[in-house]
Design a protein around this ligand. Sequence first.
Ligand code: UD1
Length: 367
Amino acid sequence: MDILHVVGARPNFMKVAPVMDALENCTGINQALLHTGQHYDANMSQVFFQQLALPKPAVNLEVGSASHAVQTAEIMVRFEQVITRDPPNLVLVYGDVNSTVSTALVCAKLLIPVGHVEAGLRSFDRTMPEEINRLMTDQLADLLFTPSEDGDANLLREGIDPKKIHCVGNVMIDTLKRLLPLAEPRWAHLRQEYKVDRFGLVTIHRPSNVDDPAVLSELLRTLEEISEEIPIIFPLHPRTRKQLTGMNVAASTKHLHVVAPLSYLDFLATQAHATLVITDSGGVQEETTFLGVPCMTVRDNTERPVTITTGTNVLVGHDMEKLKHEVRRALNAPPERTTVPPYWDGKTGERIAAIIQHLYLPSMPIR
Ligand code: UD1
């Protein structure tokens, strides 16, 4: 059988790697990778392909940046041409980005089965573009691979057939576990570059935090204040960089060090050594939970509630006093004992491969 994996944006790359690895061990499966080109800068895409040892994409749709409607539509038009020429037996889509929903929709119309890896997550906040992408993709998918049991409950509530739902765990953690030993040796060099011992790591890129100059300015002022207590390393996402350029603001100050987006291994090493993390990313909430690093999420909600109930994550919303309070708490108190959610064990890719093999090629052995 032929499987086509679709990726487009930075958080997709670490999710596809373990699934492709696991499927390599299955007899009777040919797989290929398609990149929509949603992310195209070398430090948002190419370096991830190298470090994750991903194969060169068989196709790159090269859609680039545009408004949501244009980007989504452009992916659909170009993707349809590719898969009508050579229809696979199954398409696997990842996460909640525009590349995920647009390709799932094309497949559904062409009656090509789609599997969604990281299904069922819900923030219940439809002002987030990703929530729209999640809701639609899950309605369209034939196979739904969830990272945690809350995902199953969400899907069942939305009327999804239980037979389609498989709780397999978190693919991001597969990659983290595999590459942490490779990331670790990079710390000595990074530490010299940053010239800090204890530090907070910040990633901020969501439209709700960066698109309104007043919100972004207040956040930067707060980060500068926090940096007086603990130096901050702040890898700047292109969206945030663009907004700051428009506002004519230099983000770096004495103890707030803005750096270019980090590669996967450098980010992982930095995260593992951070005293605390301030973020609005989804994946970082999960990675800090696994690493046991205190995480303050600058959002009103999260689609990853297990990072709060069992992990190190706390939501601070847009309340800058609360953010400062939580930072002080993390700096003064010893880290609380937390646990890692079930199935975040590095074997999620293998579970997905086994399910696909069982459903599509029951008579073929796993190599
Ligand atoms: C996208 C995802 C978001 C994910 C994030 C991770 C959607 C709706 N959003 O958001 O869920 O958390 O990726 O990074 O799919 N740009 C560059 N170079 C690039 C890519 C983008 O300069 O390689 C700039 C462009 O100016 C673009 C802006 O960043 O307009 C935003 O990029 P886009 O892909 O539209 O969304 P992200 O904010 O990256």
